[in-house]
Ligand binder design. Sequence first.
Ligand SMILES: [Zn+2]
Length: 126
Amino acid sequence: MHEMSIAAAVVEQVDTAAREHGAPAVARVRLRVGELAGVVPEALDFCFELACTGTLVEGAALDTEPVAARARCAPCGVEWAVGMPPDLACPDCRRGSGVELLSGRELQILDVQWAGPSGAPAEQKG
Ligand SMILES: [Zn+2]
């Protein structure tokens, strides 16, 4: 499953970061997910819970922040929302050449909130 490998990668990164920071646990992980990343948020939630079992990330909340897909036609200078399924033809000249994707493929960790030893959220570090 696509989401499982993503969740595993996120958990691994956060777990490694938590060890480097000496954080005992993780309270919250914020993830930026582009519309075209092909991720189902519910599936990602489920896989995240599975993937973090036995790591420092276990019990952390996962916040996904959706990013709308937008494209731009270089010759026309027009920008539009690509939508789903993606429409990558310029609404002006109806051509696909010179079209660049501005956003929508994001799949990155925005920030992580470490949990204090008592389980209370500790000071946040970017
Ligand atoms: Zn165009």
